[in-house]
Design a protein around this ligand. Structure first.
Ligand SMILES: Cc1cc2nc3c(=O)[nH]c(=O)nc-3n(C[C@H](O)[C@H](O)[C@H](O)COP(=O)(O)OP(=O)(O)OC[C@H]3O[C@@H](n4cnc5c(N)ncnc54)[C@H](O)[C@@H]3O)c2cc1C
Length: 347
């Protein structure tokens, strides 16, 4: 291996951090850099709702503090956004116009909230919680607000509903059958979810859609196509997470809705791997590419991408069948673990 190897990882979530830690464990000498457009070190996304509800302090959100990167001799660049990749020159272009040279690259840029095309006109009114940055923007408002309208209802959305109930808020939820994108919500799941939400004393709307959302003096009037009218303080949309890969477009890396990788997590471009929720992984059995969401999958993929980048040939396996527990109703998922906040999971 040449002395000047520089492994660069785009993304500071579980996939990126576990890739970096594995690279350091196996290669003591290489230069390793993690780049993140967020300003926070590695934190537990699944604890964000507990933080909003003031059930835990900010320190409890953190998996890694800045010191731990120093100990592992991993350079962390926070608040820096990658805007473009040029695989021919092996350069990354950052928003602040700096260029970074890599020898091998791991893309672990995760996902962002999906905005339904039909709702794009209301994008300013629809909030979501996908990061610490979102939480810092909305936490005070959420704590002050009394009534909420939730549009969609994916697993993050249900965690959010659970949190709102624990805070004594009034909730109306319009459940969308495709909120679990890229997975379909079966009739059976919809029935289970509706049953479990009833236990939360939530107003549930099904088989309907939003007609208008009007902002009036700091609050919102939501009208549905079937004529339901609700006045609320905040409107949230939880309609699945979509890979955050704008910067890879036009680079020559094959992309569908995520970054396409084979079962070794390698892209079509030499020396570039992708893992975690930004990747769409080839699966031999159904002969198709699937996105994998969830913390445990991201951890395993980060490790496997790093090992393969170093010359191994490990095939990625998805973590076992999991259940999301919504008030005692267990929703089967293969991609998500309902992580107990008391267990420091895979730190
Ligand atoms: C509120 C919430 C609760 C959740 N609860 C659970 C749960 O209970 N169980 C579970 O299994 N999963 C849960 N998840 C999902 C889980 O957190 C994700 O699946 C997991 O974090 C994905 O890991 P990742 O490393 O692929 O991406 P992420 O954790 O999303 O990290 C991506 C990183 O890339 C950075 N990035 C993106 N684009 C750029 C760019 N252009 N330049 C530089 N940096 C960039 C981001 O800032 C971020 O640091 C939850 C998610 C949320 C939002």
């Amino acid at each position: 291996m040449p002395d000047n190897d520089h492994y660069v990882i785009i993304g500071n979530g579980p996939a990126g951090n576990h890739a970096a830690a594995t690279l350091r464990e196996k290669d003591k000498d290489a230069k390793i850099t993690i780049i993140s457009d967020e300003c926070t070190p590695f934190y537990y996304k699944h604890k964000l709702t507990d933080f909003i509800a003031d059930d835990i302090a900010a320190e409890k959100l953190m998996v890694n503090f800045l010191d731990s990167y120093k100990v592992k001799d991993i350079r962390i660049r926070l608040g820096q956004k990658v805007e473009k990749i040029d695989p021919d020159s092996k350069l990354l272009f950052l928003r602040h116009r700096e260029k970074i040279k890599y020898t091998k690259l791991v893309i672990a840029s995760g996902s962002r909230a999906r905005v339904l095309p039909s709702m794009s006109g209301y994008a300013d009114h629809l909030k979501s919680i996908t990061s610490y940055t979102d939480v810092m923007e909305y936490k005070k408002q959420i704590r002050k607000a009394k009534a909420f309208f939730i549009f969609g209802g994916d697993l993050v959305g249900f965690k959010f509903v659970r949190m709102l109930r624990s805070m004594g808020k009034i909730i109306t939820i319009l459940i969308c059958p495709n909120a679990f994108w890229p997975y379909d919500l079966t009739d059976d799941m919809l029935a289970q979810i509706t049953e479990s939400l009833l236990k939360f004393n939530v107003n549930i709307i099904t088989n309907d859609d939003i007609l208008t959302i009007k902002s009036q003096n700091g609050s919102f009037q939501v009208k549905t196509q079937k004529g339901v009218e609700t006045n609320v303080d905040m409107v949230f949309s939880f309609n699945g997470l979509i890979p955050d890969i704008e910067f890879a477009k036009g680079s020559g890396i094959d992309i569908d809705h995520g970054i396409l990788v084979n079962e070794y997590l390698k892209t079509n471009v030499n020396s570039i791997y992708a893992c975690g929720s930004c990747a769409q992984i080839y699966n031999r059995a159904p002969k198709s590419y699937t996105t994998s969401i969830g913390w445990p999958n991201a951890v395993v993929q980060g490790e496997v991408a790093a090992l393969n980048l170093l010359g191994d040939h490990k095939v990625i396996e998805s973590v076992g069948q999991k259940y999301f527990d919504l008030e005692g109703v267990k929703i089967k998922t293969t991609w998500w673990e309902d992580i107990d906040i008391d267990k420091d999971h895979n730190a």
